[in-house]
Structure formats: structure tokens, C-alpha cells
Design a protein around this ligand. Sequence first.
Ligand code: SAM
Length: 299
Amino acid sequence: MNYRHAYHAGNFADVLKHVVLLALLESLKSKPTPFGLIDTHAGSGSYALDGVEANKTREYKDGVQRLMFPDMSRGAASMEALPPLLRRWLDSILALPGNESGLKLYPGSPLQVAHAMRENDSAQLCELHPEEAANLRELLRRDARMHVHARNGYEALKGLLPPPEKRGLVLIDPPYEAQEAEYVTIEKALKEALQRWPTGIYAVWYPIKQRSQVQPFLRNLRQSGAKRVLRAELLVHPDDSPLRLNGSGMVILNPPWKLDEALREPLRALARLLSQEQPAKWTLDWLLQEGETAATPLR
Ligand code: SAM
């Protein structure tokens, strides 16, 4: 367990992940009934962008920072030109205590969820690394809606599903230290989770280095038991090098109605804003539609 998210917080992959997360939360909030959220790999919740770790990699500079100063990035004319979802996402980050005079802290998924949640919604946050879990618990100690579990998120899912609210979202955001083995673990966890809670929404983040590594995983998710599977990807480099993170994706099982529409313009804008040497590429498509089976060829 060497992975520390502090080195990567706010990078281009976090931007995609957290914008999709906000779209999912907004969709859940469109109904008045409360929802439950389970974050299987929660991290420590908040990351100092002027800290040692963030400054070693400076990954946030090609991520969230590009949205702060869109004039300096390709394509967007001004801050106002951001699609409303991106604007709301950025505002929620700047509303964080500590960011009053600019972007100093990057909120991890638990803090972003806490900001978006209503009084009666609840979140179960699992984090295996003892120090990260302790930091998260300390950060959220005054928020009775947020429950921190210092344990393996995949194992915890067995006891946490379905949530008492009977509607909501599971976010699976592993570090992929185990590489190929992580895909197998996720596939198994999702199959079991969908048996326990077939109507839940499941969002899984995945890294893209080489396309050939990801394709079997995505194909297998079509057989997980979900009725519909949506994929949102953003590539800032060609997906043919095993040596670096070229892009990332979010695959959403049982996505809420119209999530694809909510994501289209934000993804288009992110591709403009986050381009590096070459124009970034984005993909938003259905891996499985209602009524299709896994035998239907993958487009
Ligand atoms: N979801 C967080 C966010 O968006 O801010 C970032 C999570 S980071 C990519 C992955 C985290 O998972 C790390 O903090 C790591 O310590 C933790 N972790 C690794 N294996 C785990 C497991 N099996 N169960 C729970 N947490 C785990």
C-alpha cells in the first residue's frame, strides 16, 4: 500500500472523476427522497496543493488549475464560458474553507460529496490505509451524515448494501497498484454487489495507459448484471504507452436518466481545457443499453 493520493490530487483524472461524480449527485438530488453513498476507496478527503507531495508532481497544474484560469488553456474564452456543471463544480471547490483567496486545497471525493449532500442523505466512506482513514475521520468528525470505516472497501460492500435509503451510488476508485488483478477484484465485487442491490448506481474510475489493457475489463462489465452501462473517457495522450497515465475513464452501471446528456458538453469542454501536446479526446457512449445483452458487439 504505497499509493498516496496527495501526489495526484486535482490532476486531469481527478477532474473527470469528480465532474462525473457531481453529475451523479445532482441527478440523485433531483428527487426529494434521501440517498446513500458508499465510497469504497475514500482517501484522506482533502489535499494541500501547496504541500510537498502535490508540488513534487505538480499534476494539478494540468488538471483543476486549467479550469481556474481557462484563458491560459486552449479553447475557452473566459470563466463564464464553462458549461454550468463545470462552473458549479469549480464553485464548490472554491467554497471550501481555505480556498477563500484562491485554490489551495483540493477536496477529495468525501468532501465533494459532503458539499453536495442534503441533510438526510448519508455516506459510508471506506479507506484501508490507517493514516489516511484517521485524517478522513478527523476531517469529518463534526458531520453526522458521514461515516468513516477504516477497512477494505470491497469487503465492506457486503455489509453496506443495500443502503437503508434504498437508492444511491457506489463509487469505486482504487489505486490500481495491483494492476490487472484490480480489474478482476472490481468485476467480482460488482457482480456480488449487483446481486445484493440490483438497482444501485455504480461508478468505477479506471486509468488508461494502453487501450488493450482496458478493453477486456470494459467487456466483462457488460456481464456484471447491470441493465445499462455508460462510459465517459478523457484521453490527454494517445492510449498506446504503458509507461504513463494517458487518460482515464468512468464507467457507470445503471446510470440515472439523462446522465449522458448532462455529461456531453462538460466533457467536450474538458477536452478543450485539458489538452496537452495534442488535442485531448473524449468518449461518451453506451457499453450496454437496456434490452441489449453482452453478446451484442461492443461498438
Ligand atoms: N476517492 C478518492 C478521491 O476521489 O478523492 C481518492 C482515492 S485514491 C485513488 C485510492 C485510495 O484507496 C487510497 O487512499 C488507498 O489508500 C485506498 N485503498 C487502497 N486499497 C483499498 C481497499 N481495498 N479498500 C479501501 N481503500 C483502499
